[in-house]
Design a protein around this ligand. Structure first.
Ligand code: OSB
Ligand code: MG
Length: 357
């Protein structure tokens, strides 16, 4: 799928998505999951290709022919497989969708969500100029989005934040560095500390917590961890050492809906708000993100935004839509609650494999 606009972060530019979808069926209903890995190992070590390999050669053979009562019991299918959370989540989320459809319930209710409307923000990539960025922000603010996240990297940071804040004094504004800095940059963060930024997302190394705790001591702006958090245990440790005051939860990065709930609960019990991160998903991943954002502690606007920001035609019907007030309403059809356009998916498919027990 071709993105409408190239998306640039501190680790590179994405224009074309190659997305692995997983479907499961009981013969009557079909559950859909999306692997959120990128095309290259830049945000994480996983790629669409490694996910295909791990699903085909390990996860699916482990699962075939076995029974589980609930999608929440999926853990035994992936026991012993280290890492590869996005591959694991591809099948896990498809099973949750299937279970919800068998029960005739919307997924957000099966996940025990309470938020009928979720608050939406946008993530805006690095632009060719500050003027272009200001114009993009203006468009998104007028579209109703409740929080603006801009990507930052060395050379595209303090001055950018300063000018954005000057042009938009009141917006909820945050910066996502995708691990582009080190502790040698403390002074730079102190400068950005002056502009009432809601949070700095993953400023330091993608595997770090210790240095983040040190940086947090020197700045007032809350640090939000993204790349460093893969489990509820990671969240517990990060909170314990003061490495962050906010956590971005991504469904793929933590390995599925069950772990989302576990990270959510650890954060809630420690007074740490969470929000749902995005991975330039197609409508299937997007629908899962909408559903999980209904959990009570998703109290900050997430990177879950309208299909039309990414795609000329999304693979779900209706597309994911955001109200003029910057919210998405939960739908009450069974499962992910959006219909998958099977014909379009077939036309976009470059490879497929069927597994039968
Ligand atoms: O760090 O949140 C991130 C996209 C790809 C990889 C990592 C990230 C992102 C985004 C985009 O920020 C979020 C979205 O709009 O899907
Ligand atoms: Mg991020």
């Amino acid at each position: 799928m071709q993105l409408l606009h190239p998306f640039e972060t501190s680790f590179g530019v994405t224009q074309e998505r190659r997305i692995v979808l997983v479907t499961v069926t009981d013969g009557i209903h079909t559950g859909y999951g999306e692997v959120t890995a990128g095309e290259g190992p830049f945000y994480s070590h996983e790629t669409s290709e490694t996910a295909w390999h791990v699903l085909r050669d390990f996860i699916i053979p482990n699962a075939l022919g076995k029974e589980i009562e609930h999608a929440a019991d999926y853990g035994r299918f992936v026991q012993g497989i280290r890492g590869h959370n996005m591959a694991k989540a591809g099948l896990e989320t498809a099973l949750w969708d299937l279970e919800a459809k068998i029960l005739g319930q919307p997924l957000w209710k099966l996940l025990k969500g309470t938020r009928q409307q979720i608050d939406c923000g946008v993530s805006i990539g690095i632009q060719a100029s500050i003027d272009k960025l200001l114009a993009k922000i203006d468009t998104e603010v007028k579209a109703g989005y409740r929080r603006i996240k801009i990507k930052i990297k060395p050379g595209w940071d303090v001055e950018v934040i300063r000018q954005v804040r000057e042009a938009f004094p009141k917006i909820l504004l945050m910066g996502d560095a995708n691990s582009a800095y080190t502790l040698a940059d403390i002074d730079l963060f102190k400068k950005m500390d002056r502009y009432n930024v809601m949070m700095f997302e993953q400023p330091l190394h993608h595997e770090d917590m210790i240095d983040h705790a040190e940086l947090q001591k020197h700045i007032e702006t809350p640090i939000c961890l993204d790349e460093s958090i893969h489990s509820a245990d990671d969240a517990r440790k990060a909170i314990q050492i003061g490495a962050c005051r906010i956590i971005n939860i991504k469904l793929g990065r933590v390995g599925g809906h069950r772990e989302v709930r576990a990270v959510h609960d650890v954060c809630r019990d420690n007074g740490i708000p969470v929000w749902c991160g995005g991975m330039l998903e197609s409508g299937i991943g997007r629908a899962h993100n909408v559903a999980l954002s209904s959990l009570e502690n998703f109290s900050l606007p997430g990177d879950v935004s309208a299909s039309k920001r990414y795609w000329t035609e999304d693979i779900v019907d209706p597309p994911v839509e955001v109200t003029a007030g910057g919210q998405i309403s939960q739908r009450n059809n069974p499962g992910i609650a959006y219909n998958v356009k099977e014909d379009l998916v077939r036309r976009l498919t470059v490879r497929s494999q069927v597994f039968t027990s």
